[in-house]
Write a protein that binds this ligand. Sequence first.
Ligand code: HEM
Length: 507
Amino acid sequence: MALLARILKARLRPAPERGPWQPRPTDARLPARARAEDKGAGRSGAPRAGGRAGGPRSLAAMPGPRTLANLVEFFWKDGFSRIHEIQTETWWLRCSGQRGPHPREPTWGPGRSTETYGADPPGSSPREEGEQWLKMRSVLRQRILKPKDVAIFAGEINQVIADLIKRIYFLKSQAEDGETVTNINDLFFKYSMEGVATILYERRLGCLENSVPQATMDYIEALGLMFCTFKTSMYAGAIPRWLRPLIPKPWREFCRSWDGLFKFSQIHVDNKLRDIQCQMDRGERARGGLLTYLFLSQELTREEIYANLTEMLLAGVDTTSFTLSWAVYLLARHPEVQQTVYREIVRNLGERHVPTAADVPKVPLVRALLKETLRLFPVLPGNGRVTQEDLIVGGYLIPRGTQLALCHYATSYEDENFPRAKEFRPERWLRPGNLRRVDNFGSIPFGYGARSCIGRRIAELEIHLLVIQLLQRFEIKISPWTKTVHAKTHGLLMPEEPIHVRFVNRK
Ligand code: HEM
C-alpha cells in the first residue's frame, strides 16, 4: 500500500521559534541557495546527512512519531478530522516518496473525466502534469490573477447577492421569530456556487431559487458525494493502479463523483460555447467573460477548458461558503466588532449604496475581517509541496523530491506571529492610515507562489461584496440554538455544528 508506506512522519513539539518551512518575507526574497543554507538547531547526536560531522542531519533523524504511530493516529483515531489540531501539537509533517523532476503539489483529483481519459490518477507522469499545468495556469492567470482583472465581474456578483438577500427575506418570513435563518452554510453554499458558476460559465444556475433545477441538484449531489467520500478519495488517488482490482470500491466511488462533477461542467461549457458559435455564425461579435475568452483565444483545447472549469468549480464552492459561514459566525459572536465594521461601511459607502470592486479598498475593515477569518479558520488547514531542490531547514537536509506539508492552521495560532493569536481581532491587519498592507507569512490561506489559489481574487470579491451588503441591511445576531461552534477537518476546515443566526433588519 503505497500511501500507507508513505504515511506522515511528524516531529513533536517543543515548537521551534518559527516553523522552518514558513516562508518569512525575508526568506522569500533571498536567493534559493541562501535559503537552502538555513542552519537551525538540530537534535544533538542525531545522524548527519552523508555521514559528515557538523553537516546537516538526515531526514531520517528527524524526531517525531514513526509510521506506525501515524497509521494509528490517522486511520484508527480518525486523525484526518483533527488534522488542524494535530498540527498544533506537531512541528512539521513530512511524507517521503512522490519524487519527480517537476515542481508540483500532490494532487488527488483526476482533473478530467475518467471516462474520457482513462483511469490514470494524476501524477503518473509528473513531467506532463508539470508542463501542461503551467500552460493552463498561465492562460487563466491573464484573466483572473489580479483584483482589477476580476473587478469586471462585480455586476454579476451583485445580481447574485440581490437574489441571496431576497432568499434571506424569504427564509426569515418562514421562521417562527421572523428573523432566524438555520444552517447558514446551506445558504452560502448556494451563493458561492451561483457566484462562481456565473463567472465561470457566464450563466445562472438557479441555486437561489425556491425550486432548484434538476441538473444543479445532481451536481450538488455529486459534490456531496465527493466530500462524503473525501477520505476514501484521498486514499483512492494514492492507490497504485495495480492494486485497484483488489480494492476497487474507493477508486470506483472517486471516479463516479468526479465524473458527475465533470459532466455538469461539460454541459454548461457546451451550452455556452454553442451560444457563442451561433452568435459568430450570425456575424455578431461575441462578448463575454472568462469562458468566452478561453473559447475565442483558442489557447486551451476544449478538454482543457472542461477540466479547468470543473476543477475551479469544485475548488471554489465549499472554500468560499465555509469562509463566509465562519465570518458571519465571528461577527455574530463579536457584536462590538460588527458594529465597528458597520460604522465604517456607512461612513465610507453609505447605507444603501451597492458596492463595486472599486469601493472595497474604501472599507479596509471588511478586508481585514476576511483575513482574520481565514487566519482563525484557514479553510485549507494545510497543503503540500514537493521540494524541487535539496534544502537545509532547521538543521535537517530535506532531499529534493520530498513531500512537505505546510501547516497553515498551526502557524496562524502562534503568538509569535500574531500576538494574542486566539483572539478575533480584525484590526490587527490594519496599519495606521492604511498606508501599507500588513504581510504576515504566518497566515497564507490561499497558499503561496506559482501554485497558489487561482480563484483567490474571485473569492475575495464574492466575500467582500456580500459582507458589505449583509451588514448594510442586517444586524447579525447569533441564534440561541447555536452554542459554541467547533471546527473539524473534513478535507476542508468546516463548522462541526450547524450555525443558525438571526438577520435583524436595520432601521
Ligand atoms: C476563501 C476561499 C478560498 C480559499 C481559502 C482557497 C484556498 C486555496 C489554497 C490554500 C489552495 C492551494 C494553494 C497552494 O498550494 O499554494 C488553493 C488552490 C486552488 N484554488 Fe482556491 N481557495 C478559495 C477559493 C477558490 C475559488 C473561488 C476558486 C475558483 C474560482 C479556487 C480555485 C482553486 C484552484 C483551481 C486551485 C488549484 C490551483 C493549482 O494547483 O493550480 N479557489 N485554494
